[in-house]
Design a binder for this molecule. Structure first.
Ligand SMILES: Cc1cc2nc3c(=O)[nH]c(=O)nc-3n(C[C@H](O)[C@H](O)[C@H](O)COP(=O)(O)O)c2cc1C
Length: 371
């Protein structure tokens, strides 16, 4: 490294909150820049492929924190082509070299556990059954060519079975054969757990519907079961109370946010990972003044924010105490060496949206250039 560059790095470290170390529970992170979970649809037949080892290791730094792409917890969980699962022996074994590649470079790697709920269709379901949900109302996704059939609402006595699927998937994720460092439960973006949380979708009249407390019951049962199985210190939860992706909205998102933050705090989990309220759609920022500060204050563990962050905003939110860590999605996808680029304030590659949900093992995946 040239003297000039070295000087810039040292100066950067002194002034950049994003590049300061952080102790997240038992994990010593060397910086605050997290790889957000990003579905890559390149896990053929729902089995993670060896090319994912290169993808994740490209984005690994020593002491850096990575969250893996959403991984299905059971044979009813899938809703997209070529997304990985973590419920069969073959799927579990397939993750092993990928996790090893991240660990070899000193990264900390969590597996995101996912159930799509009604964001699925007959083709992904065993026996061509309807997908399961909190409701029988079909998802109406504007602008999408995919058609979503009316789901089948889970009966009250089926719910413990789905809780158990999350628990088993968590056990699979951290068992010695794979060794993820922990799991993130996907409670965001309009998928199954979010379908229970939000009253636009949850129209149940059993103990899992109606009141705020009831709507949060099933997601919290999942968190509790997973924490009991693998330890609360290895569990994070992702939430998007303010978003309405996949037509999943709540009439009082602030109350939902605070109740979940307090409940997760009581369960003593490692982190709470929240999508910024300004992300009304998955990829576009809008102007709204809703703040995550009340939610951050209601949660005692590590607080991670995501959604539309760039270098400056990331530094500001960490520097001002608004968050401990910042998860970067599209910028990290397009810039495998994002922490280095932030450190040097270097030029950033542009993300190629046309390759987001495509299945090539290289294009738009492992071919983004390093500095
Ligand atoms: C291609 C793509 C796939 C995504 N897959 C997931 C996913 O598997 N799980 C999840 O929670 N969020 C997923 N997201 C959302 C991102 O984690 C992140 O919240 C979003 O991109 C906004 O952050 P950004 O502005 O830094 O990109 C995905 C986003 C993109 C672009």
């Amino acid at each position: 490294m040239m003297e000039e560059e070295k000087k810039k790095v040292v100066e950067g470290r002194e002034t950049m909150p994003l590049l300061t170390p952080f102790k997240m529970g038992n994990f010593n992170l060397s910086h605050r820049i997290v790889l957000a979970p990003l579905t890559r649809t390149r896990s053929y037949n729902f089995v993670a492929q060896s090319h994912a080892a290169l993808y994740y290791s490209q984005r690994t730094t020593k002491g850096g924190f990575l969250i893996g792409e959403a991984s299905g917890v059971s044979d009813t969980a899938q809703g997209y082509p070529n997304t990985p699962g973590i419920w069969t022996r073959e799927q579990v074994e397939a993750w092993k070299p990928i996790v090893e590649a991240v660990h070899e470079k000193g990264g900390i790697f969590f597996c995101q556990l996912w159930h799509a709920g009604r964001v699925s269709n007959y083709d992904y379901q065993p026996g061509g059954q309807p997908p399961i949900s909190s409701t029988k109302k079909a998802l109406q996704k504007e602008g999408s060519s995919t058609k979503y059939p009316p789901p089948r609402p889970l009966t009250t006595d089926e719910i413990p079975n789905v809780v158990n699927h999350f628990k088993m998937a968590a056990k699979n994720a951290i068992e010695a054969v794979i060794g993820f460092d922990g799991v993130e439960i996907h409670g965001a973006n309009g998928y199954l757990l979010d379908q229970f949380l939000k009253n636009k979708v949850n129209d149940r009249d059993d103990e899992y519907g109606n009141s705020l407390e009831n709507r949060c019951r099933f997601p919290l049962e999942v968190v509790k079961a997973v924490a009991n199985e693998i330890g609360a210190d290895k569990v994070g939860v992702r939430l998007s109370p303010f978003a309405d992706y996949c037509d999943c909205r709540d009439s009082n998102p602030q109350a939902l946010a605070i109740y979940m933050a307090q409940s997760l705090s009581q369960l003593g989990i490692l982190y709470c990972h929240v999508i910024e309220p300004r992300m009304q759609t998955m990829f576009e920022k809008c102007d709204n003044n809703v703040s995550l500060i009340p939610m951050r204050k209601a949660f005692n563990g590590t607080f991670i924010v995501a959604g539309g962050y760039d270098r400056n905003e990331g530094n500001n939110v960490v520097g001002s105490g608004g968050a401990d860590l910042v998860a970067y999605g599209r910028l990290f996808l397009a810039n495998p060496d994002l922490p280095k680029r932030f450190e040097l304030d270097a030029h950033l590659n542009k993300v190629d949206k046309s390759t987001f949900y495509t299945s090539d093992p290289v294009v738009g995946y492992t071919d983004y250039p390093f500095l």
